[in-house]
Design a binder for this molecule. Structure first.
Ligand code: BGC
Length: 536
């Protein structure tokens, strides 16, 4: 039910009252100087503009507004049945047209950073096989300049699930090693065009999620899988995830090497990757389930980060997949170890892990590709934390502290950013006290991890505003700002007001939102053979 302005005002006063009381629990001064506080979005979810009628004939090289090419999600969402609600990202939040207002909205929140992604098909409508789109370059130049004007540091992701559809059609995208050169080509254009101002790069967003949903379950494009993992026309869930993972890792390596050799020395920025980092805890206090939790962590996290940090796939994954797992060459191994300056931690999930090697798992988890682990948010019918809009996302704040501890221990306390954290609901209202509690509790857990010595340098709320939530369409809302999809009006939720207060209520805040945020970092960059890497 709509609230009258007076009712809205009264609830606002109540929440602000609570915020004042809670301010002693967690405040900005619990975090180090120069800490980045921001919000995140991605191109397809917030920005895209695709002219519907052209999607069906993308094969002719159709482009949409601003010269953007058709991408994999444009095509996938227009195939009936792929997105239950029938929604698509054709217009999304219309951010493309109102980016200046959106930057002002961030400015009024008091954030000092913003994580967004660059639409590959807007820069290269046909990948390597066509021209650079000057309007795409112009759009991101304008966005970056506007952010800097408002004292907001741009954190750019090169690939957040969307690729030019041409690459899918030509060679099967991530299933082919050809994609590595396409990605490197795109990345270099971005470093060359924007790297004078963008100092924080993430090559790929959540390759682990993309592989799971694109090639194991078939719920994201290219919609490939095999039974019993999903119901697809094409694909092989037992082998393709392994191939796609390998190509994603080597694509990261190519882009990162180009940055480190050709751009980092003169541009002085940093490059990382953003991984979905769930936390798994043993279902029972038995050695079998403790090992299962370790395997679950390895399959979700270390499968990607071990190569990038330690140069090879983890033994936990190799023990399950054996020779199916490809090998890196010696040269690749050496370069891989130096390919990350920081780890981007997207954290939403903490689940129980149950062993499926020694016991039967009827509900899933009995295959090698799953690490012989069954994962669930429930134990004996009791949920691990409060439920949220998405069934496997529960509220478990110390899951964040634990995953940061895991990464710190396994990767020698590499600098980290929490590049995504947030809670969804199907709720249309702007009164989201649950979201406020969520962020407060996760920030408290993060502050604790930092006190214990973890090198975490930033926290980005997912999301600045409601947007296209992949298979859930527009029904699932993650925003600090509510979006009315008919008028595109953004309305701050109570959580936006809380975040603003959190960010601006103490003196440090104003100092850390400097006019030149990119100078605030304190990475120490050391020269190695041919590349640069950060240490601490
Ligand atoms: C993705 C976002 C997504 C969010 C919430 C992350 O997996 O990077 O694109 O909206 O989770 O589901």
């Amino acid at each position: 039910m709509e609230k009258t302005p007076i009712q809205f005002f009264i609830s606002l006063i109540i929440v602000l009252g609570r915020v004042v009381i809670c301010h002693t629990e967690i405040s900005r001064s619990d975090f180090p100087d120069g800490f980045f506080f921001g919000t995140s979005t991605s191109a397809y979810q917030a920005c895209v503009l695709t002219v519907l009628s052209l999607v069906s004939r993308w094969i002719e090289g159709a482009v949409s507004e601003g010269g953007k090419g058709v991408n994999n999600w444009d095509v996938f969402t227009h195939i009936q049945g792929n997105i239950a609600s029938g929604d698509n990202g054709d217009v999304a939040d219309n951010h493309y047209h109102v980016y200046k207002d959106d930057v002002e909205m961030m400015h009024s929140l008091g954030v000092n950073s913003y994580r967004f992604s660059i639409s590959w098909a807007r820069i290269l409508p046909r990948g390597r096989f066509g021209d650079i789109n000057p309007y795409g370059i112009e759009f991101y130049n304008n966005l970056i300049d506007e952010l800097l004007l408002k004292g907001i540091a741009p954190f750019a992701t090169l690939n957040h699930f969307d690729i030019p559809q041409e690459l899918e059609e030509r060679y099967g995208s991530w299933l082919s090693s050809l994609i590595q050169d396409d990605f490197a080509y795109f990345a270099e254009i971005c470093f060359r065009s924007f790297g004078d101002r963008v100092k924080y790069w993430m090559t790929i967003n959540e390759p682990n999620v993309y592989v799971k949903f694109g090639y194991l379950k078939g719920q994201y494009p290219p919609g490939r899988c095999s039974s019993p993992f999903g119901n697809c026309t094409y694909g092989d869930s037992e082998t393709e995830p392994i191939i796609a993972t390998h190509n994603l890792i080597l694509s990261h390596l190519k882009a990162s090497s180009i940055y480190k050799i050709r751009y980092q020395p003169k541009q002085g920025g940093y490059i990382g990757i953003a991984l979905n980092c769930p936390m798994y805890i043993p279902m029972t206090d038995t050695e079998m389930d403790r090992q299962a939790a370790k395997r679950a962590m390895a399959f979700d996290v270390a499968w990607y980060l071990d190569p990038l940090m330690l140069g090879d796939y983890p033994s936990e994954v190799r023990n399950c997949l054996g020779n199916q797992l490809p090998k890196f060459s010696k040269a690749e191994m050496n370069m891989l170890k130096d390919s990350l300056d920081f780890i981007g931690v997207n954290h939403y999930i903490t689940l129980y892990a149950k062993d499926c090697i020694h016991s039967a798992c009827d509900l899933g988890g009995s295959h090698a590709i799953e690490g012989f682990v069954y994962t669930s948010g429930e134990r004996n019918g009791i949920p691990i934390g409060e439920r949220t809009g998405i069934s496997r996302f529960f509220v478990v704040p110390d899951g964040l502290e634990k995953i940061i501890g895991y990464l710190k221990a396994r990767y020698n306390n590499k600098p980290m950013f929490v590049t995504e954290n947030g809670i969804s609901s199907l709720d249309q209202t702007t009164e989201d006290s649950k979201r406020i509690e969520y962020h407060k509790s996760y920030l408290a857990a993060l502050a604790q991890a930092i006190r214990e010595g973890a090198d975490v340098r930033g926290y980005f709320v997912w999301s600045l505003m409601d947007n296209f939530e992949w298979i859930y369409g527009y029904s699932m809302r993650f925003g600090l700002h509510h979006v009315d999809y008919h008028t595109m009006k953004r309305t701050p939720r109570l959580s936006a007001i809380w975040y603003k207060n959190f960010l601006t209520n103490d003196i440090q805040t104003d100092q850390s939102v400097s006019k030149n945020p990119t100078k605030d970092h304190n990475f120490h960059v050391t020269k190695t053979n041919a590349t640069l890497s950060s240490s601490f």
